[in-house]
Write a protein that binds this ligand. Sequence first.
Ligand code: NDP
Length: 284
Amino acid sequence: MAANYKLELVGVLGHPVAENPTCVMQEAAFAVLGLPWRYLTMDVAPADLADAIRGVRALGMQGVNLTIPHKVAVLPLLDEVSPDAARIGAVNTVRRDGRRLIGENTDGKGFLRGLRLEAGLDPAGRNVLLLGAGGAARAIAFELAAAGVKRLAIVNRGAERGAALCEDLKRRAGLSARFELWSGVCKVGAEVDILVNCTSIGLFPNVAETPPADLQEARPDLLVCDVVPNPAETGFIKAARARGLRTLTGLPMLVCQGVIGFEMWTGRPAPEAAMRAALAKAFE
Ligand code: NDP
């Protein structure tokens, strides 16, 4: 048999990026399936992004993930952007189709998959409150709109970003979301079914910080979710558990968007359990 030493390459472009754990789960998946693929963690300064994308093309890479600060800046550098990613206005995954590079957004899809699989909850007909209006919140809000959420409220510290998300949801997804300025403590009423922290509050190393939210009036079956994946159990999640509420950590979202990316790139079913185990171990 002819030898084949060629590797297929994927990876992540970010700045800073050294603490991004995605390589752990993707490399675990390649190892489990014995695929000659590698996932590279690459620090790319904003001024170098266009060159980096040219490099992705020239090296024949199968795709890349984009993380802070490249998710929006990458859009004009691609051959095509999927309708979902265009609605969100950000790309977190690039896949190759022949010579074309196509932008996708799997953040919100990962969250919803985690919500359905881990928490056993379908957001259709539910009342959801999102804390935050940044990239993660945008991706989740548009997926919730597509999934037929009943009511959506966006609570954000900055008025401009929060109001812009609500306007975009109305214009691009036909969903009337309510914006509320986050000053002081956010009261979570009994009408809310699902509460999601989409801010970076509590993210390592700032593990002592928690989003100021008052759960006093929350319904007993409220599901409290956090998108922050590190630490695996944030102060927000711990506080909700201490009240006896159901919770969903940021880990399922991270694993699920990795699963979607893996399947897009390789065309094979992802070994989800191995990916989850590898990440959980990395966060220990
Ligand atoms: P952005 O910078 O785009 O948005 C950050 C959001 O957090 C904004 O709404 C911002 O409010 C808010 N925020 C930050 N600090 C504070 C604070 N002290 N008080 C109130 N609000 C605050 O970040 P992303 O949306 O890209 O990322 C957010 C989080 O999501 C990160 O922790 C990231 O790790 C996580 N994430 C997790 C994923 C997963 O797979 N689990 C995938 C993607 C992201 P304002 O607009 O007022 O500045």
